[in-house]
Design a protein around this ligand. Structure first.
Ligand code: NAD
Length: 435
């Protein structure tokens, strides 16, 4: 099949590359000319494990190309995937301005049989809105479908190529069958291809992310409670997780969730609810709990130093919103850095992949270290925000030698408190008694 992908970000680039890798001819389109120029030079502008090799292979095979020319890429496409960003507006609702711009751009290039598929996360009713807009611009009914993306940054290729399920929302059986054949190479292990209405499909994506965010905010609230009740969140987690109705997934306490999806999708679903006259009590609580959780690590540091952080040197390990990505959108590390800088601390940071993105925001206001240990020279404390594998088994003796005092605030509960105590560290994790 000939496929056009509009928006060459985390989702669009992975989608286009994986469809090319399964034998389709794919053109990825973006308005960001610098991004397209880099891709044309063979540079992958984001960090995603395995992506660079896959892009290179498919470009070489002539199945994958990049362009800023909408007309040429859309006119020849059998299926056009829309994968532009849908960031939050001030009221939490999804900002669809990029999406509508794309719909207007592609309208006059579409062949009558081309299928337009939304892969962007869009509010319920957007597919219907696209149908109406395309009809108004082309004078005919166009084929529009919903196909939400469930990939996780950091494991995007694997998630795309071996999805738990593929969800499509379609108006006709025929469109469903065309999309089924496109996904068939990724569903050879019999994972389900679920066909439903575009409205249910659009809703499914928001509900999935909101439920995952709910689990995180729930366990974070319980963790904060454990700290004040002399309980240990890991014991409690084990105590509940073996119940088959509960399980262990997504019940790890931490410094709050971030990224470009959970925060905005919880808010967007809440905005949709309000719009329909439903009070989104749980969604509002999930979001507020997360905003508060992002302040927890900073508050612990501030409290340890008696509210006086002026001149203190703080080392931070981990800036990306989660491991194996360079994405810092809504990352908890950003809240922590902002708080520390505002309080007059100096901050030296490390991250295996996200340094360039952080430097673009903070410039010379931070110090950037090439290795985790290099953040620690004369540091008054270390804060761990992202659970990169690089931080799991550090050289504690060398850390102790470099730091001004042995003090760790761990937002990801990486180490056994007893071991840290035995090594002379003061160790503050989430949902555990400090040692
Ligand atoms: P992104 O910001 O990385 O990429 C969006 C791309 O769209 C950018 O390259 C931008 O230049 C391009 N773009 C904007 N306007 C355009 C236009 N008019 N024409 C062509 N290109 C245009 O975003 P992302 O993280 O890939 O997310 C895209 C969508 O997928 C969002 O709706 C998001 O919620 C959803 N999603 C994201 C993830 C994820 O993990 N990032 C997972 C599932 C779903």
């Amino acid at each position: 099949m000939r496929i056009g992908v509009v928006g060459t970000g985390y989702v669009g680039l992975v989608t286009g590359t994986c469809f090319a890798d399964s034998g389709n001819t794919v053109t990825c389109l973006d308005i960001n000319a610098a991004k397209i120029a880099r891709l044309e030079r063979g540079e992958v502008p984001i960090y995603e494990p395995g992506l660079e090799e896959l892009v290179e292979r498919n470009v070489k095979a002539g199945r994958l190309r990049f362009t800023t020319d909408a007309a040429a890429s859309i006119r020849e496409a059998d299926v056009v995937f829309l994968a532009v960003g849908t960031p939050p507006c001030a009221d939490g609702s999804a900002d669809l301005s990029a999406l509508w711009k794309v719909v207007d751009t592609i309208a006059l290039q579409l062949r009558p049989d081309t299928i337009v598929v939304t892969k962007s996360t869009v509010p319920v009713g957007t597919c219907a809105g696209i149908e109406q807009r395309l009809e108004a611009r082309t004078g005919r009914m166009c084929r529009v479908a919903s196909n939400p993306e469930f990939l996780k940054e950091g494991a995007a290729i694997e998630d795309f190529q071996k999805p738990d399920r593929v969800v499509v929302g379609v108006r006709t059986k025929e469109v469903g069958e065309i999309l089924r054949s496109l996904y068939a190479p990724f569903l050879r292990t019999e994972n389900p291809f679920l066909v439903m209405s575009p409205e249910s499909s659009e809703m499914t994506k928001y509900v999935a992310n909101s439920l995952l965010a709910t689990k995180i905010s729930f366990i974070n609230e319980v963790a904060n409670l454990c700290e004040r009740m002399e309980a240990d969140i890991d014991d409690v987690r084990r105590g509940i997780g073996h119940d088959s109705r509960i399980g262990f997934a997504f019940l790890f306490p931490g410094a709050g969730y971030g990224g470009s999806c959970f925060p905005k999708d919880v808010q967007a679903l809440a905005a949709m609810a309000r719009d329909k006259g439903v009070v989104p009590r749980i969604l509002t609580a999930v979001h507020d709990t997360n905003l508060a959780q992002k302040q927890v690590l900073g508050a612990k540091i501030d409290s340890w130093f008696g509210g006086d952080l002026a001149g203190k040197r703080v080392a931070i390990w981990g800036l990306a919103f989660k491991p194996r990505t360079d994405d810092i959108r809504d990352a908890p590390a950003i809240d922590l850095i902002d708080g520390l800088l505002a309080a007059g601390a100096s901050v030296r940071v490390h991250d295996p992949e996200a340094i360039d993105n952080v430097r673009a925001v903070y410039g010379e206001r931070l110090e950037y270290a090439a290795t985790p240990l290099d953040t620690l020279d004369a540091a008054d404390c270390l804060a761990i925000v992202t659970e990169w594998g690089d931080y799991r088994r550090p050289d504690f003796d060398e850390m102790a030698r470099r730091m001004r005092q042995r003090l760790i605030f761990d937002g990801r509960n990486l180490y056994p408190p007893a071991e840290l105590k035995a090594r002379g560290f003061s160790y503050h994790a989430i949902g555990k008694q400090p040692v």
